[in-house]
Write a protein that binds this ligand. Structure first.
Ligand code: PLP
Ligand code: ZN
Length: 404
């Protein structure tokens, strides 16, 4: 696979090294599908994801030794949360169960295959946290040197979760939006293959989540798919997966995609609501949802185009709505995701309350990352812990049992 296309201007290009930006308009380039002689198939006899979905991936082959066991995450019914509501049945696709605790591993797994096959010894990424850990882990697995450029203000727990894999790390002061493009330019010069959020191989890796959802629903397409949205890579990957399924005749329907941003950083929702085809970058972002706080998302215009063409929806939710959804998901269903992921559930709650969720079928919220990654987000909450004395335990516990 060496042909790439720009969703924005339609130009196809054969880019050099790892700088996948359109030479004409600067928008991200995505893998262009080159039809082979037969139909593409899901190879159910293969258990390794990159082999099972090989017909849909831009790789000549995949080395299972580079895998950390990503994918095959559960699709869990959320029957308590949706009990009594006249809405499509609700499920969570729990991407927190990936090797480094987030969906990023799906994309990193594919992007690292490509980097190794192309002879790179050094990879890198620009990250707000999850991608740093994921890229550093897969870099370590493949015996590569990994360079991680972190957004200023990345929570220290996220920095540590990446540092343990031994990458070269730096926090970068300055405009995070520009850092994305600077890293690609410098990476090409220095022989570091930067696998950033819109890397076309990474985006293709995210498609596998979509194929899995389709199989887990008994070869059906969900009516709604809720995805937290920042740079846009994940949503674009998922949208492409269902386009593949349609194109190959696996499905005759397409989900309504709902991209959810944090109110304090929602440049794409603003553009969507005012009918613009290009977003305006924000000057300031203010949200607890650090991992989806990108004021200049590199895939933003592509997302707007795809959402418009596929009649999707973009909405925003407040920090309180996210944190409330996070708590409800944990306390009623036993799933602990990070606030950024709970944005998807908060979006489901909000859209449903507005009467926007009717019909049968299934609605899926994608839980993109584990709550254990962002314990600091819970620090402001009261800790409901009682203090008891061992000598008095019987009486104390009885008193608690009466109130519970
Ligand atoms: C937990 C989590 N959810 C969602 C996203 C958003 O994904 P994307 O940047 O591909 O839109 C991120 C991005 O870092 C993330 O870490
Ligand atoms: Zn272009």
């Amino acid at each position: 696979m060496n042909r790439f296309e720009c969703l924005s201007c339609g130009k196809t290009a054969v880019p050099k090294a790892c700088c996948f930006l359109c030479p004409d308009c600067g928008e991200p380039l995505l893998a262009a599908f080159e039809p082979g002689p037969g139909r593409r198939a899901i190879r159910m006899d293969k258990s390794y994801s990159l082999e099972r979905y090989a017909d849909f991936l831009p790789l000549a082959g995949a080395d299972p030794r580079l895998s950390l066991g990503e994918g095959q995450t559960p699709l869990i019914p959320l029957s308590r949360l949706s009990a009594g509501l006249e809405r499509p049945v609700l499920f969570a696709k729990n991407e927190a169960q990936n090797p480094t605790g987030s969906f990023k591993d799906r994309g990193t797994a594919v992007a690292v295959q490509r980097a190794v096959a192309s002879g790179f010894r050094r990879i890198g990424t620009v990250s707000t946290g999850n991608m740093a850990a994921s890229t550093a882990a897969y870099g370590a697995r493949a015996g590569l040197r990994t360079f991680v450029l972190l957004k200023e203000g990345t929570p220290v727990t996220s920095v540590r979760a990446a540092a343990i894999y031994g990458p070269v790390m730096a926090t970068v002061e300055g405009d995070y939006g520009r850092l994305y493009y600077e890293s690609l330019r410098l990476g090409s010069e220095l022989g570091i293959c930067f696998l950033n959020s819109l890397d076309p191989f990474r985006v293709e890796g995210y498609k596998i989540t979509g194929y899995e959802i389709y199989l887990q629903l008994g070869r059906k397409v969900p009516s709604f798919l809720f995805v937290p949205l920042s740079s846009g890579g994940h949503l674009i990957g998922l949208m492409r997966a269902f386009a593949d399924l349609e194109e190959e005749g696996f499905a005759d329907a397409y989900p309504t995609f709902v991209g959810v941003q944090a109110e304090g950083c929602a440049p794409l929702v603003r553009a969507f609501e005012s009918g613009k085809i290009k977003f305006e970058r924000l000057e300031k972002a203010r949200t607890v949802a650090h991992a989806i706080s990108n004021p200049a998302p590199p895939g933003g215009n592509a997302v707007l185009k795809m959402i418009r063409e596929r009649r999707g929806i973009l909405i925003s939710v407040s920090d309180d709505e996210m944190l409330d959804a996070q708590r409800r998901l944990a306390s009623t269903e036993g799933l602990f995701c990070q606030p950024e992921s709970a944005a998807a559930l908060a979006g489901w709650i909000k859209l449903g309350d507005r009467g926007g969720l009717s019909g049968d079928g299934a609605a899926v919220v994608v839980l993109t990352g584990s709550g254990l990654k962002t314990l600091q987000a819970l620090e402001a909450l009261p800790l409901p812990v009682h203090a008891l004395r061992l000598e008095d335990l019987g009486r104390g516990l009885k008193a608690l049992a009466r109130t519970a």
